[in-house]
Design a protein. Structure first.
Length: 373
């Protein structure tokens, strides 16, 4: 392999890239835009749950109970209803997510120490929100009931007390988990789409004839075309990481150099996959479509970014081993949130090495300089 020819090929690819405004936007502007857009749009935090209250008691005790719900910040009372019959219409129209019904005699029952039953209706069409809202309500009422018992002079001693601690993301903010995953998903898509245009562009513009007349080897062509995009990908990852830390306050606890090294492996594999697609189909439109389908849905749905892989059916869990973003998401979340090193991430490093070798190997294997007659 001749280094001069390889660098000349890389320079040629960079000049072609600079002359294409759409590719420049795709390379430099789109990753940051997607990070900011999806970083704000995707959230698993559930708060400000709209609540309607049917207060049949209308005492200071019932008003105190409602205040306890709203003081947590998880619930917002948006409606006060006269009867429980109105609850169905508000839930159907989506005006509220839940309805709290306080029965007559609630206040006197609380003050006399009798057991009082409340009704809490939830909209189960969104099962995730309903489950979280129910857990919030259970915790609020358990703490409130314990406080009432203690205030009345009763003994409140639990036989077992659980003290929980959350490591790595103590505030349980979903954006701290989403942002490192977004870096992996975005770069999977952008890297493959960028290089999916390279070889196809040569064929469609008719410059492959000129390239065929040169002594440059196909390995030098592939690696030369790869080099500018590796630099662009590294720049994009650096910018998105910095943006995630500054805009979303996501911590970076691990080794930056380890993140850079594993990112390089991932980028080589993703870019090699794009060149392989471009060499195989020789059409920019078709190459872009295939690259999008091959990276977007698997990276989003089968990488562990949105859904836990362990909860998937066995067949889908087997397929996830073929999704490179699965390993890179583990790397980014491990380095960002846990600060782990290669002693933990070595399986992901091995898989990404294989991915890089496979991507480059397929790109070199399928690229042909010879013109088809």
């Amino acid at each position: 392999m001749d280094l001069v020819r390889l660098l000349a090929m890389a320079r040629k690819e960079w000049i072609q890239l600079r002359r294409d405004p759409r590719s420049m936007v795709l390379a430099f502007a789109l990753p940051v835009f997607l990070l900011l857009f999806f970083g704000y749009a995707i959230s698993w935090d559930v708060d400000d749950i709209r609540l309607a209250v049917v207060d049949h008691d209308r005492t200071s005790a019932s008003r105190e109970l409602v205040a306890v719900f709203t003081a947590t910040g998880y619930f917002t009372v948006s409606e006060h209803l006269e009867t429980t019959d109105e609850a169905d219409g508000h839930l159907v129209r989506g005006r509220v997510r839940g309805v709290l019904t306080i029965p007559p005699g609630y206040g006197s029952g609380v003050h006399s120490g009798r057991t009082t039953t409340l009704q809490f209706l939830l909209d189960g069409s969104d099962a995730n929100t309903a489950t979280i809202a129910q857990n919030y309500a259970d915790a609020i009422l358990a703490r409130y009931a314990a406080g009432l018992l203690t205030a009345s002079g009763g003994a409140f001693v639990l036989p077992v007390r659980l003290e929980g601690r959350t490591w790595y993301n103590p505030t349980l903010e979903s954006r701290h988990m989403i942002v490192p995953g977004l870096v992996a998903v975005i770069m999977s898509i952008i890297a493959a789409m960028l290089t999916a245009l390279t070889i196809a562009r040569e064929w469609e513009r008719g410059t492959m004839e000129q390239l065929s007349a040169t002594p440059v080897r196909r390995t030098e062509v592939v690696l030369g075309k790869l080099l500018p995009y590796v630099a662009i990908g590294a720049f994009d990852v650096a910018v998105t990481v910095i943006a995630g830390m500054l805009v979303f306050d996501t911590p970076l606890k691990g080794n930056v150099f380890l993140l850079a090294a594993l990112t390089l492996l991932f980028l080589i594999g993703a870019l090699g996959l794009g060149i392989f697609i471009s060499a195989a189909v020789k059409s920019q439109v078709l190459a872009t479509q295939i690259a999008l389908v091959a990276t977007y849905l698997p990276s989003l749905l089968l990488s562990g970014f949105l859904f836990d892989i362990a909860s998937m059916p066995p067949a889908l869990r087997a397929i996830t081993f073929l999704v490179p973003a699965r390993y890179y998401i583990t790397v980014t979340r491990g380095i960002f949130l846990k600060g782990v090193g290669l002693e933990v991430l070595w399986p992901q490093a091995i898989f990404m090495c294989l991915y890089a070798a496979l991507g480059l190997g397929l790109a070199i294997l399928f690229f042909r300089k010879e013109l088809q007659v």
